[in-house]
Design a protein around this ligand. Sequence first.
Ligand code: SF4
Length: 224
Amino acid sequence: MPRLLKKPEIATLFERFAALEPHPVTELKAPNDFCLLVAVVLSAQATDVGVNKATPALFAVADTPQKMAALGAENIAEYIKTLNFFPTKAKNVAALSEQLVARFGGVIPEDPEALESLPGVGRKTARVWLNCARGWPVIAVDTHVFRVANRLGLCRTKNPDDTQAALEKAVPASFKVHAHHWLILHGRYVCKARQPECWRCPVVELCQYAKKAMEPPKPRKSRL
Ligand code: SF4
């Protein structure tokens, strides 16, 4: 079994990510913190690109909890019908907006438990929002973070909760605010699920993945 990275190696790894991208940010587009929360809820089982295509028209008519609650689930669904599970997501966005108004005076609570009590907001969504909107040094684990962290040797885990706990221990405090985005961006553009592009990976000599791909696939020969 591949070994786990040692502390100095983990520091080098994040120094490398930081040098390449000092200020990584979410690729979800949102005009304010409320819209960002909605965008994160919509991004479950969907790509950021897909969410960014659907949300500008929605946010143009509803960019506050009050306006979103007034719009209602049926109308919200019309704006987001290109996204997976849009009927459920529309209901959740309407309900979370209503609850933000009724329970929190229209202000998003900066508290993981209170956030997770809102419809459609799970542990990952709450942590992504706290990290992106408030700069909390928390790591949310999505499919990219899970895969990249295990390939690199930052952890050996089988589920997101264990991965989150392991990363919170392993990642040095000074890198915690940006670790989530560095790992996501690395997974999205380099350490891809089907074919990691190890031949152009900036941390290749640190990575413990056993099946590194050190050459790009050869172009297929044309039969003509
Ligand atoms: S060397 Fe390959 S498997 Fe390891 S992190 Fe880089 S792209 Fe991913």
